[in-house]
Design a protein around this ligand. Sequence first.
Ligand SMILES: O=C(O)[C@H](O)[C@H](O)[C@@H](O)CO
Ligand SMILES: [Mg+2]
Length: 398
Amino acid sequence: MRITSVRARVFEWKGKTVPPQGNFCSNAMDLVYDNRKNQHASGQDTMNTFRFHGWTVVEIETDTGLTGLGNVALAPKIAKAIIDEYLTPLLMGQDPWDYEYLNQRMYRATHAWGRKGVGMAAISAVDIAIWDILGKSVNQPVFKLLGGRTKEKIPCYYSKLYRTDLKEMQAEAQKFVDQGFRAFKMRFGYGPAHGQQGVVENLKSVEAVREVIGYDNDLMLECYMGWNLEYAKRMLPKLAKYQPRWLEEPVIADDIDGYAELSAMNIMPISGGEHEFSLYGFKQLLERKAVGVVQYDTNRVGGITMAHKINALCEAYSVPVIPHAGQMHNYHLTMSSLNCPMSEYFPMFDVEVGNELFYYIFEGEPVAENGFLQLRDDVPGLGLTLKTEFLDQFDIIE
Ligand SMILES: O=C(O)[C@H](O)[C@H](O)[C@@H](O)CO
Ligand SMILES: [Mg+2]
């Protein structure tokens, strides 16, 4: 089998989006803008650089008539340029079954500038498309090529609960308790720039959500890189009584020592990884005991080939892997490893941050039932096709 074409298109959402309210989600930009209004000079909210309203879709064709689908959401236009300019020439005429060789070829060819961030995200999209082809070529779902079915079905956690009015957050939590979810991730709205008032607001929101979901359900807390070490050290003891399953990305991804210091406090597991890349990035996190839960995203970290290696590394360190975002490219990794206990799950909503956009582009994503997801044994490859229903709400950049 040989690769005959690589097509990368950017799907830019031009449909309705839900404008975030103030203090919607603490994030890495909070410390550098006017936070009293939770916005920066241009009047937009501080989360506005963390929007996923564009998505690059990769389609790889082979001489046997197969097409593989890949995707990347980080810096989609840049990812497309990297795929077109640097990766495609490395792939043409190659055998997709040489996926380790091809992953290494892309990783090493772009190593001078691409080993973190959008370089790895672009490689990820290509690698995911390659694995889609492999599954289709042997009429097996991708998870069967990675280790098979380790779970009858995949437990998943409801992920949203961005910081809004507390009653709204409680109503949202109740709605998904009623749908049978047993685990919930919420977002803080405040961080170091919001002072003691923000500390109080953060604690109020956790109290409010716990009040609804009780203590026989898991609660995870998302900071999205919006705190710093000093603030997190103050917050952890205050949060302990709420028994969170993990506290996510309290500091920026490069502050690995900060992660390690918070983990060493042993108050609650610290999770991270959605902004880390490559096998070596996770080797660092594990060796330095920075995280107690690893959350790479397969469409960022280097693709299925890289994620599969990281799954094995994490297993050796007894650190569970719960990939960022759910989505099919992650579900296959979770299904095929006993060290992946559950998946993140974003239900389909109106487009807000953009985690939901996946549903507007792809057909085939499993819908959670009673807090579980299912992957089918009889659907080859990733199990995705391109959706046509919302095409008119995208600008597509060829
Ligand atoms: O863990 C997550 O789901 C991510 O951090 C979200 O994609 C991001 O939107 C912040 O909630
Ligand atoms: Mg996160």
